[in-house]
Design a protein around this ligand. Structure first.
Ligand code: BG6
Length: 487
């Protein structure tokens, strides 16, 4: 349902004093407010366990969220106006009592959006109590943060529980990578330009690599991270979503279900890895002490809150295959890790070599065409091509057609959370995961996680500031591919 500008809306954030809320959601909502995307009667009700009066919560947001906001957008008057939208309700999500207080804090006849930014094992109780207090109606929406479950069985249980009180059209499973500008741009690149699509398949494409590299370690999140690991934290959701958009067939429209139908087909075509393939096709790593961007950093096992001898992986590289007509035989290499040398997320599409080598050996090393799509830190699209070096002989050298999206467009670029929150307010589901998509992603990830458990191999160490264990390079080298930093 599209919401009119003048309608009353209460955005209720569970986990309102948590990391995600003050770091990401409130700054994103401020930006939406600042740029006129929130209506007069759109209010934000934070819900948390702390017994705080409203004033204390507002001070907390002022102290915690304000410093992270881009100074160019921080205008004190707008900020004060934004803070006036906030309210706070103390509530223990597992107990029915507080929900009456929450109801009283809502505007009469508002559309209610419940953002569950808390541990997924609380989702069942929270949705049941919301329903019990009469807070859920046909216009309500619920936003579910990742990770949705620990495996297929737990994801199903959460989906079942939420489905008792919300219809699928009311459920927004968020993966913030789907809100990133370049990810949305990838659809335009593929389907809005005639030149790529005819070659966007085997045998014209030789390999695809998707990297999400981070320089940060686990920080203060060891308690969460040690039970999760890179496979559940990043690969099962963010990297698979990137893979889906890179690999899907053109949808018949941009309607949510048409796009999600195509992504689902990709997920269902992903080849399941057998235990025998795991040692060959996957690499698990864990960072040890080292230095990142010139700074000495401790190893994962020395981080606060990480249990001694933990075998949680902070790095994963793997080879995936999509068994369908478009992608038969094309390896998709996925890689993500913490404490890598630089923050870089990218998709690299490597095309096949020309069928006949006209230029012979003396002309320099012929390299394949590559399309490099960088998501962050800066957004760019570069096409690597071969060109002749100036001079009398014939020597070739790779050069780039370079599209820097920052300089091509001067408009403001909204952060992923801002864009997705506006989608929720407007009732647009295209960039959120449907239940069957999420479950298909787990159906692929589960055998890998179970296989690793049964093999019992410890993760391979890599010093912080390196591109993961050497086995990650060997994984791609077997197919004569190099990771981007080695090209
Ligand atoms: C989150 C993960 O979903 O994504 C974090 O839980 C990770 O571990 C983060 O750091 C990365 O997001 P971004 O937008 O900074 O690439």
């Amino acid at each position: 349902m599209e919401l009119s500008e003048s309608a009353a809306l209460d955005l209720i954030i569970f986990g309102g004093a948590g990391d995600l809320a003050w770091r990401k959601l409130l700054p994103a909502l401020y930006m939406a407010h600042r740029h006129g995307s929130l209506g007069e009667r759109h209010r934000i009700i934070a819900v948390g366990r702390q017994d705080w009066p409203r004033k204390q919560y507002v001070e907390f947001v002022d102290r915690m969220s304000r410093p992270g906001i881009d100074p160019a957008s921080m205008q004190p008057l707008h900020w004060q106006d934004f803070l006036r939208r906030l309210d706070y309700v103390q509530l223990d999500a597992t107990q029915p009592e507080g929900y009456e207080r929450l109801k009283a804090a809502c505007q009469p006849d508002s559309v209610k959006v419940f953002y569950l930014a808390m541990a997924p094992d609380l989702f069942t109780a929270a949705t049941a109590h919301l329903h019990g207090a009469g807070l859920v109606d046909a216009n309500s929406r619920v936003v579910l943060e990742k990770p949705l479950g620990h495996d297929l069985a737990s994801a199903r249980a959460i989906n079942e529980a939420v489905a008792r009180h919300f219809e699928e059209r009311q459920i927004y499973r968020i993966d913030h990578y789907l809100g990133k500008e370049t990810v949305q741009n990838l659809m335009v690149l593929r389907f809005g330009n005639a030149i790529y699509e005819p070659m966007w398949r085997a045998p014209f494409i030789r390999s695809v690599q998707i990297t999400v590299a981070e320089t940060v370690g686990v920080g203060t999140r060891a308690g969460f991270y040690d039970h999760t690991g890179a496979m559940r934290d990043m690969v099962q959701n963010h990297l698979l979503q990137l893979l889906c958009i890179a690999a899907m067939e053109p949808p018949i429209s941009l309607e949510a279900d048409d796009v999600r139908d195509e992504k689902l087909k990709v997920l269902r075509s992903l080849r399941k890895l057998t235990p025998a393939q795991l040692r060959q096709d996957t690499v698990r790593g864990q960072y040890t002490a080292g230095s990142v961007e010139g700074e000495r950093v401790p190893g994962y096992l020395q981080e606060n809150g990480v249990p001694a001898g933990s075998r949680t992986e902070t790095f994963v590289a793997l080879r995936a295959h999509i068994d369908n007509a478009r992608w038969a035989g094309v390896p998709f290499f996925l890689r993500t890790g913490k404490r890598l040398p630089r923050r870089q997320s990218e998709i690299i599409v490597e095309f096949s070599q020309p069928p006949f080598s006209l230029f012979g050996d003396q002309s320099g090393l012929q390299q394949p065409n590559r399309l490099l799509i960088t998501l962050q830190p800066e957004e760019s699209i570069r096409l690597q091509m071969m060109a002749k070096e100036p001079g009398s002989g014939l020597r070739m050298r790779p050069v780039y057609l370079d599209l820097d999206l920052q300089s091509a467009f001067t408009e403001r670029r909204a952060e992923a959370y801002e864009r997705l929150l506006i989608d929720v307010v407007k009732g647009r589901l295209t960039h959120f995961m449907r239940r069957d998509e999420l479950e298909a992603a787990w159906r692929w990830a589960d055998p890998i996680l179970e296989g690793w458990d049964s093999l019992g191999d410890p993760p391979k160490p890599y010093p912080a500031g390196n591109w993961g264990p050497p086995a990650a390079s060997a994984l791609v080298a077997r197919e004569n591919v190099l990771w981007s930093e080695a090209q």
